[in-house]
Write a protein that binds this ligand. Structure first.
Ligand code: PHE
Length: 445
């Protein structure tokens, strides 16, 4: 099978486009806010450095070695029992679950571009009512914007890796970084800036429970797009001259930097405005607009820029949530991209609608299971269970199933023997043991 190739910078941009998403700007700040700040950030940073980066390299390596869809990748690379290992490739379906709630949030963002341009709420209370009203009562509005997000994403994916994904990332990623940096420099002048720094970087261990740890670890996977074959799928299109280790480090650094910058910006605004750090999923939607509003029409402009950038970040990730499954379907079932997208889109549509209704007062009870709304179930199951689990599978496969020699030959150009030994040890022992321990601890205790 012939797979299109990225340009060298195209891969880094696409992988960074996938990694940098709502996870960085919407989820990271609100999870940090809910989990008490610094300690959560520290566990998250530690996981990214030790586990995330190593696993990222492992996924790139699998993608590059097989240059195929994830199911075929596991099947053909396994020295024996390929017919069983191919099922490991099904980790890609976590993407469909994530996409279903992800598109709802992108829908909110699109709505907020409109709100930003027309009438920003001027006080936090009013902003809370605007956001809460939208999420819990506005079925039709949310549904329309969910559809807009849905069709934009599907459209880009139909165009394929080069014409669709690479092009979009090439334009949107730099734009996002510029907007965020502008906001950051502004934030440094605010009175809440130093409080934001200490909230984010001074750990308060009394707030840490096993759920905090699981969420921080799960979020490290989520934010780097790990554990579900996205990076593997993109790496199938790597150009041969890419230094895979350097590319992986670049993506991890960009992703982490953007999350931290977003966190600093958002908490500076929040503390300056006297709003609540533990604002939940509404954090960016409730705390930022009133602060933008203080700046009159300039504030409208700032707010539009912010939400447009956030929307862009979301779209480039949404695309990467669906690409691995499209690759699998076009490859194994000989379907066209369009037809694969019809099937996948159908599933996403149903799950997304259920998740949307689970936030609506009137319909909530129909889509709540075991006391948890379907939206939260999708989020928790995919990010805190499926991605870490996918990560364990990948680590076991690379560390225990593939021959060490084979792995070494794929990496030796890019790392010294010392670094390789360290990386290999992390993949073979640290990741499977540490990640299982975190998951078991959460499930049983
Ligand atoms: N990394 C993306 C984000 O931070 C989400 C994502 C997860 C994308 C898994 C692809 C795969 O928003």
């Amino acid at each position: 099978m012939k797979i299109a190739r990225f340009s060298r910078i195209g891969f880094i941009l696409a992988a960074a486009g996938s990694a940098v998403g709502l996870g960085n700007i919407w989820k990271f700040p609100y999870m940090t806010g809910e989990n008490g700040g610094g300690a959560f950030v520290l566990i998250y940073l530690l996981t990214i450095t030790v586990i995330g980066l190593s696993l990222f390299i492992a996924e790139v390596l699998l993608g590059k070695a097989a240059r195929n869809d994830s199911v075929t990748t596991f099947e053909t690379l396994a020295p024996k029992n390929g017919h069983l290992w191919k099922y490991a490739g099904f980790i890609i379906f976590a993407g469909t679950l994530i996409l279903s709630f992800y598109l709802i949030v992108i829908g909110w963002i699109i709505k907020y571009v409109y709100i930003s341009a027309t009438s920003l709420p001027t006080a936090v209370k009013e902003a809370g009512a605007t956001f809460g009203g939208m999420v819990t009562t506005d079925v039709v509005g949310q549904f329309i914007f969910f559809n807009v997000a849905f069709f934009i994403t599907i459209f880009i994916v139909t165009r394929g890796i080069k014409q669709g994904i690479e092009k979009v990332n090439l334009i949107l990623m730099p734009l996002l970084i510029i907007i965020l940096l502008a906001l950051f420099f502004y934030a440094t002048t605010l009175s809440g800036f130093s409080q934001a720094l200490s909230f984010l970087f001074v750990p308060d261990w009394s707030k840490v429970t096993n759920t905090t740890v699981l969420q921080a670890v799960g979020h490290a996977f989520f934010t780097l797009s790990l554990g579900m074959g996205t990076i593997m799928a993109y790496s199938a299109s790597l150009s041969n001259d890419t230094n895979i280790v350097r590319a992986s480090i670049s993506v991890a650094v960009i992703d982490t930097a953007i999350a931290l910058i977003a966190g600093i910006v958002i908490f500076s605004f929040i503390f300056t405005g006297g709003a609540e750090a533990a604002g939940g999923p509404g954090l960016v939607f409730i705390s930022l607009p009133p602060i933008f509003a203080e700046f009159g029409s300039l504030g409208n402009l700032f707010s539009v820029a912010f939400f447009v950038a956030l929307g862009f970040a979301g779209i480039t990730s949404a695309v990467s949530l669906i690409e691995p499954t499209v690759l699998y379907m076009t490859n194994r079932f000989n379907l066209s991209r369009a037809r694969s997208l019809v099937y996948l889109g159908g599933v996403t549509y149903v799950l997304g609608t259920m998740a949307l209704l689970s936030n609506i007062e009137e319909y909530k009870s129909y889509v709540t299971f075991g006391g948890k709304g379907f939206f939260d179930i999708l989020d928790f199951t995919s990010s805190s269970i499926m991605l870490p689990f996918g990560g364990i599978i990948i680590a076991v496969f690379v560390g225990h199933v593939l021959q060490r020699e084979r792995v070494y030959s794929l990496l030796k150009e890019y790392m010294s023997d010392r670094v390789f030994a360290l990386w290999y040890f992390t993949i073979k022992y640290i990741i499977p043991i540490a990640v299982s321990a975190v998951m078991i601890n959460k499930i049983f205790f």
